[in-house]
Design a protein around this ligand. Structure first.
Ligand code: AMP
Length: 217
């Protein structure tokens, strides 16, 4: 199954994507996580995107599309994937459609996670990520780790993302409304979108998401 997860920063895309991907047996592909991995490994790509990400801007499409295409071409993504944070604008959505069409493929579903803006701000302010694996995400109130500052899954150090500071979050939300929200209508015209309220406990949102998929998960 080929799925795109959309929603504002802080909607819980990363948390849900990791759970859904496991349940569906497809890889969780997060362009944000791929960029962060490149930055922590000190690659050339990481150097190119570091300051853009810190300031909450969008990485240019040609860099993002090439990186995402590389990841989707890996053998584990041959039968499906769950995209988190990509595509993030109409240009990226069109490139994705074109490259899938070239391979005789198409998306199966787009899950749109809906959360009120004041909740998004609260979620981001309390979000903590694991330095060893950015798929391990916690929240100081909603999903606290057993030991403060330590990842329950792998013992990695938990930290607050640079781009989760209040000013940067406002910029990211603005970009979400301007650049990313239009892809929801674009995909709605293709009959692919299910909108899910993400204002519920994590397992309930996962249940709603699975139910919304074409085969009911
Ligand atoms: P995320 O982890 O999805 O919140 O992404 C963190 C940051 O990575 C974003 O604020 C952007 O700077 C960059 N980024 C991630 N995905 C994309 C994308 N599809 N297009 C452009 N920039 C992206």
């Amino acid at each position: 199954m080929r799925i795109v997860l959309v929603g504002p920063p802080g909607a819980g895309k990363g948390t849900q994507a990791a759970l859904l991907a496991e349940q569906l047996g497809v890889p969780h592909i997060s362009t944000g996580n791929l960029f962060r991995a490149n930055i922590s490994e000190g690659t050339e790509l990481g150097r190119q995107v570091e300051s853009i990400m810190r300031e909450g801007g969008l990485v240019p499409d040609e860099i993002t599309v090439a990186m995402a295409a590389d990841r989707m071409a890996q053998p584990d993504a041959a039968d499906g994937f769950l995209l988190d944070g990509f595509p993030r604008n109409i240009g990226q959505a069109k490139s994705l459609d074109a490259s899938l069409a070239e391979a005789g493929l198409r998306l199966d579903a787009v899950l749109d996670l809906e959360v009120p803006e004041d909740e998004v701000v609260k979620r981001i302010a309390g979000r903590r990520m694991c330095r060893k694996d950015s798929a391990h995400v916690f929240h100081v109130v909603n999903n606290p780790p057993r030991q403060e500052g330590v990842c329950d899954v792998c013992g990695g150090e938990l930290y607050q993302r640079d781009d989760d500071q209040a000013d940067t979050v406002r910029k990211r939300l603005g970009l979400y409304h301007e650049e990313t929200e239009p892809i929801i209508d674009y995909y709605r015209e293709q009959g692919l979108v299910s909108t899910i309220s993400a204002l519920a406990p994590v397992p309930e949102v996962t249940r709603r998401a699975l139910e919304a998929l074409p085969t009911g998960g």
